[in-house]
Design a protein around this ligand. Structure first.
Ligand code: NIG
Ligand code: FE
Length: 414
C-alpha cells in the first residue's frame, strides 16, 4: 500500500475551514465543496478539492484510491472535548432518586453521587478499568468521534488517580481514537482524606501532579468549582500551581452556582465547561477572554435541568464547544451528536455553530490545533454520512450515523 491516498467523491465536503474563531456563524459561511475529495499522505491532509481534479493531478498508479459509489456528506471527525468515560459501576440508584425529585447535590450530600463512583472505581481491577475504557472509547469512534477527552477523578488518591490515567493512556494506545487525558483529582475532597479541602489540593499539587506530568500521563488539569467541591479562592491557588508545573487548565464551572468562570478567566484556562448557571455578567466576561465555553447538554438531559445559554454565549462573542460529559452520574447517555442536535433545537444554534462546536471549536477546547478542520496540514480525521445534504444530519437528531470513518488516514470498519 502506498502512502498517498485519495478519498471521495463526497457529494458534499464540509471542511469547516475559514470560519470565525468566536461568536455566531451562519450556515452560509460554511464552505461546501460539491463532489469533493481529499488527498492524504501518511495520515495527514495534503490537498482538498474537487475529486476529479485531484485525481487528474496525481500519478494514478502512485495512489491508493478510496472511492465511493454512494452519496456521502463529509465533515471533520468529531471531537468530544469533555468526558469521564473511565469509571466503574453504575449510578442507576442515583438516577432513580433524581427522577423521583431529589437533586444532584442532595444525593451527593447523602454520600451518593461522585463518591459512589469513587468507591467502585477504587475497587476496580486495573485491567477491568482499562477494558471498559477501551470499549467505551471504541464505541465513540464508531459514532464518528475521532478524538475524545477523558478525565480521571474517580479515585481521588495517589495510587488510584495514577491507575485511572494509566488505563486511559493504555486505552489510547490500543485503539485508533485519540483519547486525551485530563487529571481531575480535584473532583471533590474524598471523604476519607484526613484534612480540609485546601490541604487536599496541596496534597495533589505537591505529590500527584509532578508524577503525572513526569510520567507523561496527562498535561491537563481540571477542577470542580462548586459548593460541596472546591471554592474559588483555593481553586485559584491550585490552578496557578498546576500551571507552573506545565499543565493546561480546564474547569468545571458555573454548573449550579457562579464562580468557576471567573477563576477560569483569572487563571488563563483553555476552557470552562458546564456554564448552565452563567448569567449575563459571566457571559460577557467570558467573551472578552480566550477561554472556550464548553457546554454539556448531556448533563442537562441527565439532570433534568435547563441547558447552558449557548445562544447567548455565541451572541456575546464566545467560542462555544459542545461535549457529552459522558459519566455514570449526571450524563450517562454519552451520545454527542444526539445531544448537540437537541441543544441546537432548544438554543437555536445553526448547523454551522453546532458542527463547529463538535469539530474546530472542540479541538481548540483541548488546545489541539491540528484537527477539527479538513485542510492541508491537518490530521486526516474525516467522517461521512449517507446523505446528500449536510442539514440531514442534525435533522435526524443523532439517528443518522456516519458510515465512513477515517482516522489518521486509516479507514475504520463500521
Ligand atoms: O461534569 N460536575 C461534576 N462532575 C461531573 C459529574 C460527575 C459525576 O456525577 O459522576 C459532571 O457533571
Ligand atoms: Fe464533567
Amino acid at each position: 500500500m502506498g502512502n498517498l491516498q485519495l478519498i471521495g467523491p463526497f457529494t458534499q465536503l464540509i471542511t469547516m475551514a475559514g470560519l470565525p474563531e468566536k461568536g455566531p456563524i451562519s450556515d452560509e459561511k460554511m464552505g461546501i465543496i460539491p463532489n469533493g475529495g481529499v488527498l492524504m499522505n501518511y495520515g495527514v491532509i495534503l490537498k482538498v478539492g474537487e475529486f476529479d481534479q485531484l485525481y487528474k493531478n496525481v500519478k494514478q498508479n502512485s495512489i491508493d484510491l478510496i472511492e465511493f459509489e454512494h452519496e456521502a456528506v463529509a465533515l471533520p471527525g468529531f471531537v468530544d472535548p469533555h468526558t469521564h468515560l473511565c469509571f466503574a459501576g453504575s449510578r442507576a440508584n442515583d438516577y432513580a432518586k433524581r427522577i423521583s425529585g431529589k437533586t444532584y447535590l442532595e444525593i451527593a450530600n447523602e454520600g451518593g453521587g461522585i463518591w459512589q463512583t469513587v468507591q467502585d472505581t477504587r475497587a476496580a481491577d486495573k485491567d477491568q478499568l482499562f477494558d471498559d475504557t477501551l470499549k467505551r472509547g471504541k464505541s465513540l469512534l464508531h459514532t464518528g468521534i475521532t478524538t475524545a477527552e477523558v478525565k480521571s477523578g474517580y479515585c481521588l488518591n495517589f495510587e488510584g488517580e495514577l491507575k485511572m490515567l494509566k488505563s486511559i493512556k493504555k486505552a489510547d494506545e490500543h485503539t485508533e481514537i485519540d483519547l486525551i487525558s485530563t487529571c481531575l483529582a480535584a473532583h471533590m475532597k474524598p471523604r476519607d482524606f484526613d484534612g480540609n479541602t485546601e490541604e487536599y489540593l496541596s496534597y495533589i499539587l505537591n505529590k500527584l501532579l509532578p508524577e503525572v506530568i513526569g510520567k507523561n500521563l496527562s498535561s491537563r488539569v481540571d477542577i470542580f468549582i462548586e459548593d460541596g467541591a472546591f471554592s474559588e479562592l483555593e481553586s485559584k491557588k491550585y490552578l496557578i500551581g498546576a500551571n507552573r508545573l506545565g499543565f493546561d487548565i480546564t474547569i468545571h464551572g458555573d454548573q449550579f452556582s457562579q464562580g468557576g468562570s471567573r477563576v477560569a478567566i483569572e487563571t488563563g484556562a483553555i476552557s470552562v465547561d458546564h456554564l448552565e448557571a452563567s448569567a449575563d455578567k459571566e457571559i460577557l466576561s467570558l467573551a472578552k477572554s480566550d477561554a472556550i465555553s464548553t457546554v454539556l447538554p448531556g448533563a442537562s438531559v441527565g439532570l433534568g435541568m435547563p441547558y447552558a445559554p449557548a445562544r447567548k454565549l455565541l451572541d456575546a462573542g464566545n467560542a462555544v464547544a459542545i461535549g457529552s460529559d459522558w459519566n455514570p452520574g449526571s450524563a450517562p447517555m454519552g451520545n454527542l451528536l444526539l445531544q448537540a442536535s437537541l441543544l441546537s433545537a432548544s438554543e437555536k444554534l445553526s448547523n454551522a455553530e453546532t458542527f463547529a462546536g463538535i469539530t474546530i471549536r472542540a479541538s481548540k477546547a483541548l488546545n489541539l490545533h491540528d484537527r477539527g478542520v479538513i485542510k492541508q496540514g491537518m490530521v486526516a480525521d474525516i467522517i461521512a454520512f449517507p446523505c446528500t445534504d449536510y442539514r440531514e444530519i442534525l435533522y435526524h437528531q443523532g439517528q443518522l450515523k456516519p458510515n465512513i470513518i477515517i482516522k489518521k488516514g486509516k479507514l475504520i470498519n463500521v
